[in-house]
Design a binder for this molecule. Structure first.
Ligand SMILES: NC(=O)c1ccc[n+]([C@@H]2O[C@H](COP(=O)([O-])OP(=O)(O)OC[C@H]3O[C@@H](n4cnc5c(N)ncnc54)[C@H](OP(=O)(O)O)[C@@H]3O)[C@@H](O)[C@H]2O)c1
Length: 335
């Protein structure tokens, strides 16, 4: 069973509001001339909220953009084209609860010979309780963690993200950047429960916030292990960094009960950052020369920070990788 830093969404929301007023050390370091011309960027969940704003800013900075989304095809892409004036934007279908959709999306990119320079693992859910997917897992486990393990393993093994560890096709002058969108609520979440790992356990709204924090901790542990595996000898081959965007006025609470949605909508609108503002530190990680060749960094908005200490435990990282790979073999006959 998991526990998290916050016991309810109101507590998490108030902490988020206080965070907005903290000084953001590196906010002046993102420059207008941090461009992404010629870079191929993929953003998951970019049809709405933070993902849409990240995609828009990337397109404005010259990137060729792949919007990997479950919904909003083609409207979100058309909206982005008219907003940014870019025609280097395409949408690809990707439902992160469905292993076959993940496989198809990755296969499609590999067959077309696409090489991704930047991938932003943004899609996430904050459901008010457990929801069983067609393949028998809890939705939050799949979307907020396991799908990222599957997608990145496939793209790295196929060489769609160039690397030395899994594909031996790295390019010395192009260090790909992988960015995980996390949440500072992962701090002090419970250790990974390997006994119940990946098992569906029904829960309601009281456990929902705990589980959100817990799965961000699981994801951050994976990001840290991935960084270790991709960059074994101290040289950075693929950059893997994690960021909490701070509180964002998005649609994240759309599945909450009506009474809570009304309260949260009010608070979000009044106090939370716009998605455009929250996207800026993510763009800093994606585009800034200062971040070139860096790995295993964590940012809370524009502030470099440490993640929860458990995230850096090598034993935990190795166990997480092994349990995830075993689960894939068992359920999806894929490694
Ligand atoms: N909002 C905040 O205050 C806040 C704070 C810290 C971190 N974050 C993180 O920021 C990220 C973006 O969230 P947001 O605030 O922008 O919320 P949002 O507007 O609800 O966006 C979430 C995105 O994830 C996508 N998604 C959900 N389930 C999916 C699935 N099964 N397959 C593919 N895509 C799926 C959604 O697609 P659909 O439209 O199809 O559902 C949507 O595009 C999340 O990782 C979240 O945890 C948010």
């Amino acid at each position: 069973m998991s526990y998290g830093r916050f016991n309810n969404p109101i507590q998490a929301t108030l902490t988020g509001i206080l965070d907005i007023f903290r000084k953001q050390k590196l906010s002046g370091n993102l420059q207008e001339d941090d461009r992404l011309d010629g870079k191929v960027c993929l953003v998951t969940g970019s049809n709405s909220g933070l993902g849409f704003a990240i995609a828009a800013e990337m397109a404005r900075r010259g990137a060729s953009l792949i919007m990997a989304c479950r919904s909003g095809i083609p409207e979100a892409g058309e909206k982005l084209m008219s907003l940014t004036g870019s025609d280097a934007i395409e949408m690809v279908p990707l439902d992160l609860t469905k292993p076959e959709s993940i496989a198809q999306c990755c296969q499609n990119m590999t067959e077309r010979g696409i090489h991704l320079d930047i991938i932003v693992c943004n899609a996430g859910v904050a459901p008010p309780g457990s929801r069983r997917t067609d393949s028998g897992q809890d939705e939050i486990f799949m979307v907020n963690y396991l799908s990222k393990f599957i997608v990145l393993n496939r793209l790295l093994r196929n060489g769609t993200i160039r690397n030395e560890t899994f594909a031996k096709n790295s390019s010395p002058d192009q260090i790909p950047r992988i960015i995980f969108i996390s949440s500072d609520s992962h701090q002090n979440a419970s250790p990974i429960d390997f006994e119940e790992f990946g098992e569906y356990r029904p829960y309601g709204i009281r456990k929902a916030m705990n589980n959100y924090s817990y799965y961000k901790l699981v994801m951050n542990t994976f990001a840290t292990e991935l960084s270790r595996r991709l960059n074994p000898a101290g040289t950075v081959n693929v950059s893997v960094n994690v960021i909490c965007p701070g509180p964002v006025n998005s649609n994240i609470s759309r599945h909450a009960p009506r009474w809570l949605r009304i309260i949260l909508k009010f608070i979000f609108t009044l106090f939370f950052q716009s998605p455009d503002k929250a996207a800026k530190p993510v763009i800093y990680l994606a585009a800034s020369e200062e971040m070139e060749g860096t790995t295993n960094h964590y940012f809370h908005m524009f502030n470099p920070k440490k993640m929860d200490a458990k995230v850096y435990d090598e034993n935990e990282g190795r166990k997480l990788w092994e349990h995830s790979a075993a689960l894939l073999k068992k359920f999806y006959a894929t490694g």
